[in-house]
Design a binder for this molecule. Sequence first.
Ligand SMILES: C[S@@+](CC[C@H](N)C(=O)[O-])C[C@H]1O[C@@H](n2cnc3c(N)ncnc32)[C@H](O)[C@@H]1O
Length: 512
Amino acid sequence: MSFHVPSVEIQAELFADFKSPTTTRKMLDPASYTGLAGFHKYWGKKPTESVSYLVENLTDEGDVVMDPFLGSGLVAIECLSRNRKFVGIDINPFSIELTSFFLSLPRPQDYYNALKKIENEIAEEINNTYRIHDGRVASHYLWEDGQIASIWLKPENGRTRLEIEPTQDDTDTFSRYQSYEPRNFRNLTFFTNPRINVKPTMSLRDIFTGRALMNIDRIIDSAKSFPPPLKRALLLTLTSASGQMSNMVFAIKNRGGKGKHNGNDTRIEVGSWVIGYWIPKTHFEINVWNCFTNRANKLLKALPNIQPSFRFTTEFDKNGSAFSNDAILLNNDCRLELQNLPDKSISFICTDPPHSDRVPYLELSEMWNSILGHNSDFENEIVVSNAKERGKSKSVYNQDMTEFFQQTIRVLKDEGYIALFFNARDEESWEYLKCIEKTYTALKFMGCFPMIYSATSVVQDNRKGAMKSDYVLIYRKNGTGSSRPFPVGITTIKGWSNQFPEKNRSDREKVV
Ligand SMILES: C[S@@+](CC[C@H](N)C(=O)[O-])C[C@H]1O[C@@H](n2cnc3c(N)ncnc32)[C@H](O)[C@@H]1O
């Protein structure tokens, strides 16, 4: 398996899409995450159409926009491409890594050359760890109850995979690598969180086979020899593929239902790693090189030929001008970083804070951060976690979000806006928002509208009572700044209401 030679036609200009204004119709029918937006599976991505609409309607070129809960960083692209300055903050080092990648994309040809170099260096060594009893290279091992049940090979011609019965040789080959001690990963920090199926005793060895760990180490060693933008792109390709490299890949059985093969469809298909750390009894072990190549080819296709060049920094320059660069990306608790920002310096805060117990971001990013060698500040994460030992309850969440608002209001310009993407299944998690207007008289609630997820994008939350859309709640800071009239267009968005979302929120969502 190898890499696709990048096309030399000028097919991809990152900002080609950004030239026409975002219509409300486009916003209410968002596209799924393709291209760069689909490259990584950071949880909680928001449809970019809502962000671009708000940036276009609530700010002017040159204004500073801030997202203090940056996540995947897609909002940074939306702002910078519209000539706004940007401040992004996230406590998750992975978020800053991913956003930095978006702001310093390698050229497709350079990325391709790097991949070919890595291929020459290590592809054969990696494939050798998957050689089966007859010398051919396995693409997949199907594991059932701790035994290799079947080995799959890629056909030389045609599309149908070859399925081979394993022999003792194949089990011996697997065992030879099992005691491998990874060099590049740091230890995982897990809590007792049944929702994502982790315990503190769980280790890398539960999640990956020894040969997967060895092969991931090889890719990391090789990636480290490249200059920063390429190294970052290569390591993010690796983290993006790591779920498929793990023991967490489900085997999908009987998808075709009854009626095939004399009433029983016995075909097995490869599923994917799902949210959490579930290691099914029947799962796949996939050739690490193939997983890496697959992701790399997706990125090769998505990288634009015409590179934007943004000047950004990952440290706040307290002595220099706060916004001398196009963007500042900060990895910290936003409540701390906000203290460094001057009063009334931000025109628009466009953010999607953690939604109570929806996604435990740092716990879930542990595998990626471990591969990248980053440590996480679990203590200061704002979240509601099922891991009781973390003490992240709903009341603590409300206190943390209130503290966040105190700082936020200070840095917002007079007449500046906040757009908050939010939804939560339970009343208690709305408490901090209900108190906002009473506590901070400078803030006026302007109204809200539902933000629709693309029907084809990843399911955000499929638990009982889960919401089909989030709200975009808009606030304006009263003051004496140059008065920007509230855009009338926003009030015509389908589902717009100037009432705070109240009980029976899901009923309102059905109306939309
Ligand atoms: C809902 S997500 C944002 C998702 C983002 N809108 C996107 O499109 O990917 C919330 C983010 O808040 C971050 N976060 C949690 N506590 C934080 C804190 N104290 N300071 C800054 N970021 C924090 C999490 O790491 C997570 O990335």
